[in-house]
Design a protein around this ligand. Structure first.
Ligand SMILES: [Zn+2]
Length: 176
């Protein structure tokens, strides 16, 4: 049935939700995680990409990875930097950065249109929309867990050079 990405539960008539087929969602996330992993420098930036990489349909279920932008692990304190980082990662993904690492030739026009739609949503998202509880819930018990939500030391896949989530590598998992 596909996946839908929304802004948040407030009514924002000017930005429609982003709905994608399951296959297109997978390509969209792989493109974003690829460019985001290359663009991320700070731990906070890496965490945002790891959260996206966790939306791994091969592991958590096909068609179950839709989300609202306010579910991302934003923090009020460094929101401006976080937003700027995501926009930069999106620009890199839109320009086709690192897509050669994928084992298939994505339909660039379709993916770029969705990345561009997502970018418009991020631009609309403001600090007042941040729900910091999302971040706190996400990192809860991370230090004690045997398989932490955020893998310790921010390891990357040796083949694809992308940040690993608790599910492993988003691209490796989809190659089988
Ligand atoms: Zn990999």
């Amino acid at each position: 049935m596909g996946n839908t990405i929304g802004l948040n539960n407030k009514n924002r008539n000017n930005i429609k939700p982003l709905s994608m087929s399951n296959t297109l969602t997978a390509i969209f996330l792989e493109a974003l995680v690829l460019s985001g992993s290359m663009t991320a420098n700070t731990n906070r930036e890496k965490e945002l990409i790891i959260w996206l990489a966790q939306r791994d349909q091969e592991v958590v279920g096909i068609g179950t990875v839709g989300f609202d932008i306010d579910e991302l692990p934003w923090t009020t304190e460094s929101f401006i930097a976080e937003k700027q980082f995501l926009l930069k990662a999106l620009d890199n993904a839109i320009s086709g950065f690192e897509w050669s690492k994928l084992s298939y030739e994505p339909n660039n026009v379709m993916v770029i249109r969705r990345l561009d739609h997502f970018k418009k949503m991020i631009i609309e998202f403001e600090v007042n929309d941040v729900d910091e509880q999302q971040y706190l819930d996400w990192i809860e018990n991370n230090d004690q867990d045997e398989t932490p939500t955020i893998p310790r030391g921010y390891p990357k896949c040796e083949n694809h050079n992308i940040l690993l989530s608790c599910h492993g590598c988003l691209i490796c998992n989809n190659e089988y």
